[in-house]
Design a protein around this ligand. Structure first.
Ligand code: GDP
Length: 190
């Protein structure tokens, strides 16, 4: 099983479509059920988790509920999840993370990342909207620090992968890394 997680509007459905050729787009209006959407790709279950975090028109308690449901899903399926792809918006992620930090809160993307690490779920952070990022190196190095890791992008080439889902940039590279990590998870399972 492969899962995709990320805030709403980071380009998660666009990326899933680019990778798999399958549409997972759901109604965006508040109040529409936000259940995980499942597709099958290369004989694997691919789960698109509902987008978390702020969405206009969505009350805070609903946001919290979505987050809790995602956490429960991941905990329940931890043994089956071969790979998690955390999608972030490379253009706005740092700004949002810093805003949360200033309020003394743990940014939700960081929280999910650390949660996946704790459960030892192989993870890729797809840094999307590459077309809008001015300095990719700097951005990813800062993200690495915010995610609580030490070192630079050089040390995490298979963890932080910049892509543009909209323009198809670096999607092939992401596919290669996905395949590699899936083979590795498979090996660990056998
Ligand atoms: P989701 O809510 O995370 O599933 O996000 P969507 O896939 O619906 O995308 C949200 C918006 O971001 C849409 O307007 C997309 O066209 C746009 N988008 C997605 N990927 C990219 C990208 O790589 N670059 C840019 N500039 N926009 C993107």
């Amino acid at each position: 099983m492969i899962i995709f997680v990320g805030r709403s509007n980071v380009g998660k459905s666009t990326l899933i479509y680019k990778l798999t050729g399958k549409k997972v787009r759901r109604g965006k209006k508040p109040g529409v059920t936000r259940k995980p959407v499942e597709i099958v790709w290369r004989n694997k279950r691919v789960i698109d988790m509902p987008g978390f975090g702020f969405m206009s028109g969505l009350p805070k308690h609903v946001q919290e509920k979505i987050k809790t449901e995602i956490v429960h899903f991941i905990e329940e399926h931890a043994d089956e999840i071969e790979l998690a792809i955390l999608v972030i918006d490379g253009k706005s992620a740092l700004e949002i993370i810093e805003r949360w930090e200033k309020r003394g809160e743990i940014p939700i993307d960081v929280e999910f990342f650390q949660f996946l690490q704790e459960l030892k779920i192989p993870t890729i952070v797809a840094v999307n909207k590459l077309d809008k990022i001015k300095n990719v190196n700097l951005t990813i190095n800062k993200l690495i620090e915010k995610f609580g890791l030490s070192g630079t992008w050089e040390d995490y080439k298979e963890l932080f992968v910049p892509v543009s889902a909209k323009f198809g940039t670096n999607i092939e590279e992401l596919k290669k890394i996905i395949d590699k990590k899936l083979r590795k998870s498979q090996g660990l399972r056998e």
